[in-house]
Ligand binder design. Structure first.
Ligand code: FEO
Length: 393
């Protein structure tokens, strides 16, 4: 891919990775692009982001179509994940005097990537950089996708350089979304679900910053540029990242049960919590759809997980379910655990510890019943339900 002019004195200079099949280990793709942008003001030249390391030669060739690398004044690092920073050391090799602008959070990451002395400035939100007839305003957008992420708004042309935000892993000869035959809307949503969904709590706090700008074009660092309906995917992000816990008074109970004992507790607990005025989703971890679980976690004020203990551990379907908590935003959500057991009963505590590790707020009491729950044990479940719902508030 060569340098492509977007507007006067602004070029897309990135590369295509048509063969990429999996991104970030988990996201299946059919290729992507690593977009980078070069802006020439009347006084200064700025480069926004680099590309993955193994595309360095092609990237440098694209840049040289517009300028000598040594004449680039500024490197804007919006995000330090290697798909955008891999070629950064090569740029520094050729131009050791280039000044780097990035978020304050990114400064240590940049240092760890370039491993040399360099002129690095960590910027605050709304810092402006004048290039001469081209003005960049930096907006800090933490966790879109890493703590370091920022976006840049080019005031004179109304272009938002959004890095991973509003991106799609699409690889095409066309630069603009309105030229593609692919289902871009689907791909943007798929990208959001795979990459952004764990950070929705941060994203909803970031998105209002974009209301400050008259955005005419959105230029992400993967996939096509959006020059028509530029706010479409910004508004979709606002919708997807909204706080769903406010919409339903919901508590989700996930359980696995072999002989029916944990299920008996789960079913009774669902009834008791329902009596306290909450809606309840009761979901069998052994036979559930991952997306249904994610949606239920996101929509719930609190979650409860019940597991039997097998061989001194919670059971695999429960651990599989627990692995989904880090794929959505669950930090600070209230949680409790319960389970039945034969001799050790360690499973429930292990799940509680995992919840704590994921930064959920865990109700201190763990409800456990041995083998077939006795009448007395089922009565004590009422106290557990009362205490937990008070904890949820
Ligand atoms: Fe495209 Fe988070 O890197």
């Amino acid at each position: 891919m060569s340098a492509i002019k977007i507007v006067d004195n602004v070029w897309e200079v990135g590369v295509k990775d048509a063969d990429l099949k999996v991104f970030d280990i988990t996201m299946e793709t059919d290729g992507t692009t690593y977009n980078s942008y070069l802006i020439k003001g009347s006084e200064k030249t700025a480069l926004i982001d680099c590309v993955k390391e193994n595309f360095t030669d092609e990237f440098l060739a694209n840049l040289r179509e517009i300028t000598e690398i040594e004449k680039i004044d500024y490197l804007i690092v919006n995000h330090t994940e290697p798909d955008h920073s891999g070629a950064m050391p090569a740029v520094l090799d050729l131009n050791p005097n280039i000044k780097i602008f990035c978020s304050a959070a990114a400064v240590p990451y940049v240092k760890n990537i370039i491993n040399r002395e360099a002129d690095i400035e960590g910027v605050k939100d709304k810092t402006q950089l004048e290039l001469g007839g081209k003005t960049l305003t930096f907006r800090l957008m933490p966790y879109m996708h890493w703590p370091d992420t920022m976006m840049d708004f080019l005031e004179e042309d109304g272009i938002l350089f959004s890095n991973d935000g509003f991106a799609a892993h699409l690889c095409s000869d066309q630069l603009y979304a309105d030229e593609l035959t692919a289902d871009v809307d689907y791909e943007v949503e798929y990208y959001f679900k795979c990459i952004m969904r764990p950070f929705t709590g941060y994203i909803r706090r970031n998105m209002s910053k974009l209301d400050d700008h008259e955005i005419k074009m959105v230029a992400p660092s993967h996939g096509p540029i959006f020059r028509t309906e530029p706010l479409k995917h910004i508004n979709r992000y606002k919708q997807w990242s909204r706080d769903k816990t406010e919409e339903k008074n919901l508590i989700s109970i996930f359980y696995a049960s072999n002989y029916g004992n944990t299920f008996q507790i789960a079913e009774k607990l669902a009834s008791l919590i329902n009596d306290k005025g909450y809606s309840v989703n009761l979901i069998d971890a052994v036979d559930c759809d991952a997306d249904e679980v994610r949606e239920s976690i996101e929509s719930s004020k609190a979650v409860v997980v019940g597991t039997p203990t097998f061989n001194g551990d919670a059971v695999k379907p429960v651990w599989d379910l627990m692995s989904l908590f880090s794929t959505v935003y669950s930090i600070g959500k209230k949680a409790a655990v319960f389970g039945s057991y034969g001799w050790g009963g360690e499973g429930a505590k292990m799940v509680a510890d995992r919840f704590s590790g994921l930064k959920l707020k865990v109700y201190e009491e763990q409800y456990r019943a041995r083998l077939i729950p006795s009448e007395e044990e089922m009565t004590s479940l009422e106290d557990f339900a009362s205490g937990f719902t008070e904890f949820v508030g």
